[in-house]
Design a protein. Structure first.
Length: 410
């Protein structure tokens, strides 16, 4: 999803081949580094993961939400509003402590909350179709030119450091159960935008916005195996399925998994690297084939996209109510586009909201209602200080930009 923010804009400018190639190369590099870290540093990274309690997770997610505001290419105020709106939507469903329904409008279908996939397909899929139908040339939808299949020398040069930074961000955050894989792409994108000499290019087709998040995502996917294997704590829904499969085969995850089941551990390591190599071998030669999709007339392509989105959403719970929600978020995404509000902060707020609330309440239960625990734990305090510094930086740059605009008008 984060890759699409700039990857889609690159494709519209005729650089879709470069975006796909850089994404494939970045994924391979990050995946290989993640596998290497998994093999060499699993015990060390496990100890780091154990140092994170509810207070540290809350502070980390606070930093992530502040980073979401930095994600937006437009107004910071709008990005803040979108983040808060995402947090509110994330509260829909049963309360984790009391079990009572919240913000459900007396609809039992909302007891389990709103599926992220429904929201993402509405905001990024069908609403994009509605937006593109407004862009016509001589009565026909605009056809995007394909362009070169490989990145130029400049694009390759600009991708190297974002790939390395994204790999580092994803490798570290992927170790954290629950939130790491989700936050890695957003964090990498926010980092690249903050340190870029041309932050205005982000959201308009910056190659760094593809290279960094795509690398972070794949590195996090590899290192998320660490808490699953060594702690028995799944880092994502995929890891939960993996954990269930291992337990079905009488394999008990734990700190001794490397010594008690060496065949499993090292076989998994080997298969992960082979999988990364196979993906790059398959992806790069087929970049041209994927780009051919851009030459399909939009009048044929958009009904197929809409059909697959609807089938995918319905298949989640085989529930027609999800299709109604899809229509609601499609309309909402179209309104966001008209108001020039970025949907990425909304989605991150939706993802992190329930986790953030859960860890906040756990911390208060541990401290008997005393919020000082957030500031007495060193890691938690450090993350909150970084978040405060980032807020200060955002406010300062926004104020500076406004003063510059006022000076130009005068």
């Amino acid at each position: 999803m984060v890759t699409c923010l700039d990857g889609h804009q690159m494709a519209r400018r005729g650089h879709g081949g470069a975006a796909l190639s850089v994404a494939a190369i970045g994924s391979f590099v990050a995946g290989s580094v993640g596998v290497l870290l998994l093999a060499l540093l699993a015990p060390t990274l496990t100890r780091m993961a154990l140092a994170f309690g509810p207070a540290e997770y809350f502070s980390l997610m606070t930093l992530g939400l502040v980073g979401a505001v930095a994600l937006a290419s437009g107004s910071m105020l709008k990005a803040l509003a979108m983040t808060i709106l995402g947090l509110i939507v994330g509260l829909v469903g049963l309360d984790s402590n009391s079990g009572l329904p919240r913000f459900d409008f007396d609809l039992p279908e909302l007891y389990s909350g709103i599926e992220f996939t429904v929201v993402a397909m509405g905001l990024f899929g069908l609403s994009e179709i509605a937006k593109n139908l407004e862009t016509t040339v001589d009565g026909k939808a605009e056809i995007i030119r394909v362009g070169k299949l490989m990145p130029t020398r400049e694009e390759a040069h600009r991708s190297v450091l974002p790939i390395l930074r994204g790999t580092g961000v994803g490798a570290v955050l992927g170790v954290l159960p629950g939130a790491g894989v989700i936050m890695s792409s957003f964090t990498s994108y926010a980092l690249e935008k903050r340190i870029s000499r041309h932050p205005e290019e982000f959201g308009r087709g910056a190659i760094e916005g593809v290279a960094g998040p795509e690398s972070a995502n794949n590195a996090a996917a590899q290192t998320s195996f660490i808490p699953t294997l060594t702690l028995g704590i799944p880092g994502s829904a995929t890891m939960a399925l993996m954990l269930g499969a291992m337990m079905l085969h009488d394999i008990q995850p734990g700190p001794q998994v490397m010594t008690s089941n060496p065949d499993l551990f090292w076989g998994l390591i080997a298969s992960m690297w082979i999988g990364n190599a196979a993906l790059v071998v398959l992806n790069l030669p087929m970049v041209g084939l994927w780009l051919k999709l851009l030459q399909v007339p939009y009048g044929i392509l958009f009904p197929a996209i809409a059909l697959f989105c609807c089938v995918g959403v319905y298949s989640l719970n085989t529930n027609g109510f999800d299709l109604l929600l899809l229509a609601v978020f499609t309309a909402l995404g179209y309104v966001f586009h008209k108001l020039r509000c970025e949907p990425a902060p909304f989605l991150l707020g939706l993802l992190l909201g329930p986790l953030m609330e859960e860890n906040f309440r756990r911390t208060l239960l541990m401290s008997h209602g005393d919020p000082a625990l957030f500031f007495t734990q060193p890691i938690s305090l450090g993350l909150l200080v970084v978040a405060a510094l980032l807020v200060t930086t955002i406010l300062f740059s926004t104020s500076k930009k406004q003063r510059a605009e006022m000076f130009e008008e005068q």
